[in-house]
Design a binder for this molecule. Structure first.
Ligand SMILES: Cc1cc2nc3c(=O)[nH]c(=O)nc-3n(C[C@H](O)[C@H](O)[C@H](O)COP(=O)(O)O)c2cc1C
Length: 414
């Protein structure tokens, strides 16, 4: 099944999409920066002290990263020498909009990984590129966690030609347990949306080392690290951000995964939350207690991208493949992103996927719009290579906070 067909099939009668439409009238936002730039401190004057306290509790202002929704981060240790222990590592993988589009069937010697296409991102990921990349990230965490759990993992991608949702079969063989630095990074890797240290560059040797982690024929890394390359990538990302904000369908489908309320976060254990948004503690606290309009959200996201995330990046990167519609190549790209982010975590380098450009390219393609970002980005890439995932890296200025996760037991098929 082609990605277009897969997406079309999933979108018909799809619960996530309906949710998105229901939420259209509510505050909407975006993963990369909480869009609250329009809120000034003076706004607090309008909030009565008692009301603020109540909403502070309701919004979880006082309890960042705690509760059931974050318990999965403490459940991935090497002490569990069974296959379910590996699913505990899988659920901590990076994934687009934190939609966690995965399910696992577990036996003693095998884990089968399935796409949960009901958790698609609608117009934000119309060709399921990000869904496949997210699944690749989960597969990689299983492979990295296997030795620590006394297993070696052999991965077969897309093992069943009759079932395109069956994205991987991972066979496990007993080995002597060994814990690697990458394994240790599984529980400390977090997407860092804060500004990065403008005084520290990630050196060429580190970029080359990261490039060396691409180990399949079809995936490779392209860096944008010179001032001219960074300007070109940054300008296109900012323009893509504006294009998304101007696209009502993308705005609605983006908002469907946004969670502000403490109880909502604890109930869903997924989505984009305020704490890892890259905003200051003060703005985060205000955002949890005050409703934010769509216009404020979007203004804040654009401002954050333009004034902090893009200008403080040490370098931008793209994972490119030969065929952007090939599910196997997308899964490999996801495996590579997870491996890269774990390796950067070990080296104390921060990273944030910044995928506005490919999101617009897919949107143009699926909605039949005039090609704009497709040709513009192709001009920055090697011939016959297509970007599956784009990101920024740099040295941190502050600690990145965790996102919620559904625990392994909620995503295992019986
Ligand atoms: C395919 C893909 C695309 C993503 N795109 C973005 C993006 O454009 N902006 C962003 O801030 N984060 C992006 N992310 C990061 C996810 O939002 C993040 O992994 C998720 O919220 C879970 O948080 P964690 O990585 O800190 O565990 C992307 C991740 C993946 C795998």
């Amino acid at each position: 099944m082609t990605p277009e067909k897969k997406a079309e099939t999933a979108l018909h009668g799809d619960g996530a999409h309906t949710d998105a439409q229901e939420k259209a009238g509510r505050a909407s936002t975006r993963r990369s920066f909480l869009k609250v730039a329009g809120i000034g401190a003076g706004s607090l004057l309008f909030v009565g002290a008692a009301g603020l306290t109540w909403r502070a509790v309701d919004g979880g202002v006082l309890a960042s990263g705690t509760g059931e929704a974050f318990a999965a981060w403490g459940e991935a240790g090497p002490e569990t020498h069974d296959a379910l222990g590996l699913v505990r590592a899988a659920v901590l993988a990076a994934n687009a909009h934190n939609a966690q589009p995965w399910q696992f069937r577990v036996s003693d010697n095998r884990i089968d990984v399935f796409a949960d296409t009901t958790r698609n991102l609608g117009a934000m990921d119309p060709l399921f590129r990000e869904l496949d990349v997210s699944l690749g990230c989960a597969i990689e965490n299983i492979v990295v966690a296997a030795p620590a759990n006394g297993k070696a993992a052999t991965v077969t991608l897309l093992p069943d030609p009759t079932d395109p949702t069956h994205v991987a079969r991972i066979d496990l063989h007993a080995v002597e347990a060994s814990v690697s630095p990458l394994f240790d990074a599984i529980t400390s890797r977090h997407t860092d949306r804060n500004g990065y240290d403008p005084a520290r560059r990630v050196g060429d040797a580190e970029l080359a080392r990261l490039s060396g982690l691409a180990d399949t024929m079809d995936t490779e890394l392209v860096w944008f690290s010179t001032p001219a390359e960074k300007d070109a990538f940054g300008a296109l990302t900012i323009r893509a951000t504006k294009a998304i904000i101007a696209d009502p369908e993308q705005v609605v489908d983006d908002a469907a995964w946004y969670r502000t309320d403490w109880n909502e976060i604890q109930a869903h254990k997924d989505g984009i939350t305020i704490d890892p948004s890259g905003q200051s503690e003060f703005i985060r606290a205000i955002s949890k207690v005050m409703p934010v309009s769509t216009a404020q959200n979007n203004a804040g996201w654009l401002a954050g991208t333009r004034d902090s995330q893009v200008p403080t990046a040490s370098a931008f990167g793209a994972i490119v493949v030969r065929d952007p519609l090939d599910t196997g190549q997308r899964l490999e790209a996801g495996r590579l992103w997870q491996r890269l982010h774990l390796a950067m975590t070990v080296d104390a380098v921060s990273a944030q996927p910044l995928c506005q450009i490919p999101e617009r390219i897919d949107r143009e393609r699926s909605a039949g719009l005039a090609p704009d970002f497709g040709p513009a980005f192709a001009a920055l890439l090697p011939a016959d290579r297509h970007a599956i995932m784009t990101f920024r890296i740099g040295y941190p200025t502050t600690k990145a906070l965790p996102s919620p996760r559904r625990p392994a037991r909620e995503v295992v098929l019986s």
